[in-house]
Design a binder for this molecule. Sequence first.
Ligand code: SF4
Length: 729
Amino acid sequence: YAQVAEARVDSVCPFCGVGCQLSYQISNGRIVQVDGAPGPANEGRLCVKGRFGFDYAHSPERLTVPLIRRADAPKDPALLTRGPGGRADAAALRAQFRAASWDEALDFAAAGLQRVRDANPHLRGREVPIAGFGSAKGTNEEAYLFQKLIRSAFLTHNVDHCTRLCHASSVAALFESLGSGAVSNPLRDVEQAELIFVIGANPAQNHPVGASWIKNAVERGARLVLADPRRTELARQSWRLLQFQPGSDVALLKAMLQVIVAEGLTNPDFIAARTQDYEAWRAELIDGPVDYSPEAMAPICGIAPDAIREVARAYATSRASMILWGMGVAQHSHGTDNARCLIALALITGQIGRPGTGLHPLRGQNNVQGASDAGLIPMFLPDYHRVTDPLHRAAAEAAWGLPAGSLPEQPGWTVVEIIDATLDGRIQAMLIQGENPAMSDPDSAHARAGLANLQHLVVQDIFLTETAALADVILPASAWPEKTGSVTNTDRTVQLGRKAVACPGQARADAWITEQLARRLGLDWDYEIAPDGSGAEPGSAIGRVFEEMRSLMPSIAGLSWARLLAQGAVTHPVLTADDPGQPIVFVDRFPTPSGKARLVPVGLLPPAEQPDADYPLVLITGRQLEHWHTGAMTRRSQVLDALEPLASVSLHPEAIARLGLQPGGLARVCSRRGAVELALRADAGLPLGSCFIPFAYVEAAANLLTNPALDPWAKIAEVKYCAVRVEPV
Ligand code: SF4
């Protein structure tokens, strides 16, 4: 391939939050090969998704023309699984729609949204019956424009994205304690750590290049502690493996905290100088009504007291200890409490603010950090400026040309709340850009019914996804390699994705679509974004969007579009033009009003749903190495789909034998909300009482089973824990 390539274009991987830089090789207008490039997060390394997951962009299933639902085609969620092998019949889905011109489709999309707004002129704030889901798979500029469109056109903050189902709980806890929701240290700081504590994460599958840095650190002498209900691949590198009971994170972590306090292993100088509320926090832990000693917590978390003590001592006393966590911590009805405990570990030991220390919630999507930074969340404007703050609302109104006082002070609804509201009519119209809630939302049957219930659903995407199949109008959009824009990885590093190939057919750049909708909704936007996603030079339309966004974001005040074009990667905060960027933060103060971090006590809460005689197993959902999220891209990538073509449920081999089944056979998994049929896979790393299903497969959608119970602080759903039964088919 390398010999026939006509051009090389450097960009960023479109999948996980590690943010590996890569180089597309182009021949005859198509990507023919991907090589690793020397970016700060990967130094040329790529995993199988980054290297082989590129041909989705050239899939014959790409949407190439705007589509409008036929008058005689009612929205029917059952169509999503009525085809061969339980997948949708693509032709049947397509037959629900007719081709339209761009003008007709955009007019139709905007008119439907405006009709719902006009029918409810008296409603304000979150009561406005319109909501938008933006995307963590697009660029920062696209996220910024999308939230600006929803807020400006409808005067509501009902705008959110997949961060709500990802690290919302981590961000809530980090904000509350530290005044910032982002990571404190970059992932590659594991190279500086003496002890690496990985909990509720499977980086070898979900952040593979990140895992490679962890393995290298272990080879150089770092101790790895892996805490997870599943024994995953990194167990081979681990110094200690804590295979705790699903949902018992708080019990394990509070026992570790109790050991550190009771044995005098805290860092009193750091506590005195850098934290607040320590005495009240300590009193709850040591003198409160609950005994959090390892002996008391061991029966709950399933880890022997000596093992808890050993790990707690090692974490507290190492020269530099770093914590990394993932969805296993975040996606619980007590996810915020889980994260509060991890924050407390770092604070009471002073393991933060130095190289090789700190807190790193591993971001799942390539731009979930950037989309959140850009304001694609219902409680924050760009740069996490609270919508409740009149000064920040006034700044946004001035920048966006809105009348003073027009933006509401009430935060909008979150993802799961919005889906609930589609069922009872509080939300009647939606604009969804590049997200697939029909697959990603908990209790998906409920989500699909809600989407089908909308008076007007506009979906902007690259494929006829399960969500698009329920739309009134579908706008064919750009894939990642078809546009230029910035993207921010898990390390807070802003990088540049560059246009490598053309959009197919009549598909258009997402930012162009947003601007066209805005104009039809009466907004005076004059960016003049190119329909083909071209134009990146200083002064270009996308450059001007970035500069407008930067004017509202002090954290990137020193990062001009021209500087980003020249440097390609800069880590925020970057406050001035000569600030090189700050990979490690909280060095001498926290961005809180007092400059100190807060310690927040938490109690012990069980998962929202418990196994019983009818549903005796715990279902854990997640990703797998070859497929990413709802599978819309990776299942249309030839190599990745060939490697993992089948939906499967993993169980311990003994659990499979008890069912009288064989690995490779078919099983039915039922929860209180639904049932799916999939192949059985033996995995001795799973506890006997649990099973695991990846959520990328529409023919056996894991989220048909999951529990929509929410964490009260962050509104994240408990998709990591629900009760199920596995039975022969
Ligand atoms: Fe892409 Fe993540 Fe793999 Fe890097 S580790 S190549 S960013 S999927």
